[in-house]
Design a binder for this molecule. Structure first.
Ligand code: ADP
Length: 248
């Protein structure tokens, strides 16, 4: 059952594409300030779940409650983004020809950053938030670097920083460490753990070493519903989880 204190409550969500049931009465909830990893084999419904939360896809049945007060299935993508739900897709999208600093500036909430960037006027509050974000994403010493010159991992961190500038309450992150070096992967786990204290972060991921580093509750999806949930070392011992991962 849903707790009163949830940031996200996916409640009995089903969706069918051409007769194929991609989500089958999917239910789970995320608490404020929680970091959650969503794992599961290909086709389990992870992407469809993200699409439902962000309003890209509408479910056939079920609700998605945000802060126990808004049903996201009644809103469109822009309205959901404006509520404070950010989504990071797998590939980094940054402004390649701009500096790291300007990328963060351009991402300031409500598009005000664009205005300020154009007129070179920056409030103290924005300045402070950009400095904080640079530190969080471990790019303080790259602030003047053109984004095109960053490594793949650094671009991913920059995009996470750009999302943070919009002050989301819930951040959805899709396979952030694909293509990263081992050291970048480790640092990304640290980064996500650190930002999940002020906001909730849901990460879809395949890389089990990385999921272990996230050190959080894991939800295992299979055939569109929750197969198991708990700490990674616990769910990894679950015979049904072993069957799903090894029996294919
Ligand atoms: P995952 O992200 O866990 O790999 P997906 O959510 O992408 O799983 O897909 C779940 C299932 O739904 C897959 O079998 C996929 O082929 C199917 N599916 C997803 N989106 C569509 C769509 N737009 N049309 C038809 N089938 C889809």
């Amino acid at each position: 059952a849903a707790q009163a204190n949830t940031i996200l409550y996916v409640d009995g969500v089903s969706v069918t594409f051409d007769g194929f049931r991609a989500l089958n009465s999917l239910s789970f909830y995320v608490e404020p300030g929680e970091l959650r990893a969503i794992i599961g084999p290909n086709g389990a419904g992870k992407t469809t779940m993200m699409d439902i939360i962000t309003g890209k896809t509408r479910p056939d049945t079920g609700d998605v409650m945000f802060r126990s007060e808004v049903d996201l299935t009644k809103l469109d993508e822009a309205e959901i983004a404006n509520l404070g739900i950010g989504r990071k897709f797998q590939k980094p999208t940054v402004f390649e020809s701009h500096t790291v600093f300007d990328n963060l500036l351009l991402a300031c909430s409500g598009g005000r950053g664009v205005f300020q960037a154009l007129f070179h006027r920056l409030g103290n509050d924005e300045k402070r938030r950009i400095e904080q974000t640079l530190e969080t994403i471990m790019l303080t010493d790259k602030r003047g670097e053109t984004a095109a010159n960053l490594s793949h991992g650094q671009k991913q961190w920059l995009e996470i920083g750009m999302l943070l500038m919009q002050e989301p309450e819930l951040l959805l992150v899709d396979e952030p460490v694909a293509g990263m070096t081992d050291s970048e992967t480790e640092q990304t786990a640290k980064l996500l753990r650190s930002i999940a204290t002020d906001r909730s972060v849901v990460v879809v991921e395949h890389d089990m070493e990385f999921v272990r580093d996230l050190d959080c509750k894991v939800t295992v999806l299979h055939e569109g519903s929750v197969l198991a949930e708990g700490r990674l070392d616990h769910v990894q011992k679950d015979p049904r989880v072993i069957e799903v991962y090894l029996g294919r």
